[in-house]
Design a protein around this ligand. Structure first.
Ligand code: GRF
Length: 214
């Protein structure tokens, strides 16, 4: 089954590029309906256009989180989207946004990649924090998004060894290279088999305020 994706970015867009490249090479059975950025200057937007994908900016400047999310939802509402794919999207999503993508099974159809083995080192500087801590093994996580930052049911993880002579730069480069392989392959597995979670993964992750169905 082919899936329709919207990719949300804020900056460089190397993960987005890996996804678009996988699609162009026939390794990902998905259509990318739109690439959207909260940052009009994101280099990712230009890259998306080079791949022939509609790329739009919805700036958050001067807007409350809710106002901005509404504008993003309006834009995404123009397409029939199976999954929202976060690729370096530096905005925290509220229930208002997530509920627009709620699957009947309870999870949100929003996917993120994070540069650590979650639940270790959530936050905006996963590589820096893991490196500074002195981890011997680190990695990357692809997960479904919930209301907490860098949290939610885990879809896939991949790890790498920190070498004795690693600098932060080489550590990050090894991780990023792993991200670029993992993200498209997880999306392809979703296209082929749907969402595949371990049995316990949904329980703690999707209980929302006021939701008594769990
Ligand atoms: C990646 O390290 C990703 O894991 C994190 O933000 C970074 C985005 O990089 N969420 P890019 O824009 O995909 O190059």
């Amino acid at each position: 089954m082919s899936i329709c994706l919207a990719v949300l970015v804020s900056g460089r867009g190397s993960n987005m590029k890996a996804i678009l490249e996988a699609r162009a090479q026939g390794r990902l059975d998905a259509s990318i309906s739109v690439v959207l950025s909260n940052n009009p200057d994101a280099p990712a937007l230009e890259i998306a256009r080079q791949y022939g994908v509609p790329a739009v900016a919805v700036s958050h400047k001067g807007l409350t989180r809710e106002q901005h999310e509404k504008k993003v939802l309006e834009e995404l509402g123009k397409y029939k989207i199976d999954f929202v794919v976060l690729a370096g999207y530096m905005r925290i999503l509220t229930s208002q946004f997530l509920n627009a993508f709620r699957h009947p099974s309870g999870y949100f159809r929003v996917i993120n990649i994070h540069p650590s083995i979650l639940p270790a080192f959530p936050g905006a500087s996963g590589y820096e924090d893991a490196f500074a801590y002195g981890v011997r093994i680190s990695g990357v996580t692809v997960h479904l998004v919930d209301e907490q930052v860098d949290h939610g049911p885990i879809l896939a993880q991949a790890c790498f060894v920190r070498e004795d002579d690693d600098t932060l730069e080489s550590f990050r480069a090894r991780g990023l290279e792993l991200e670029h392989r993992l993200y498209p392959s997880v999306l392809q597995s979703i296209a082929l088999q749907g969402i595949n979670l371990l049995p316990q993964a949904l329980k703690p992750a999707v209980i929302t305020a006021g939701d008594t169905s769990h």
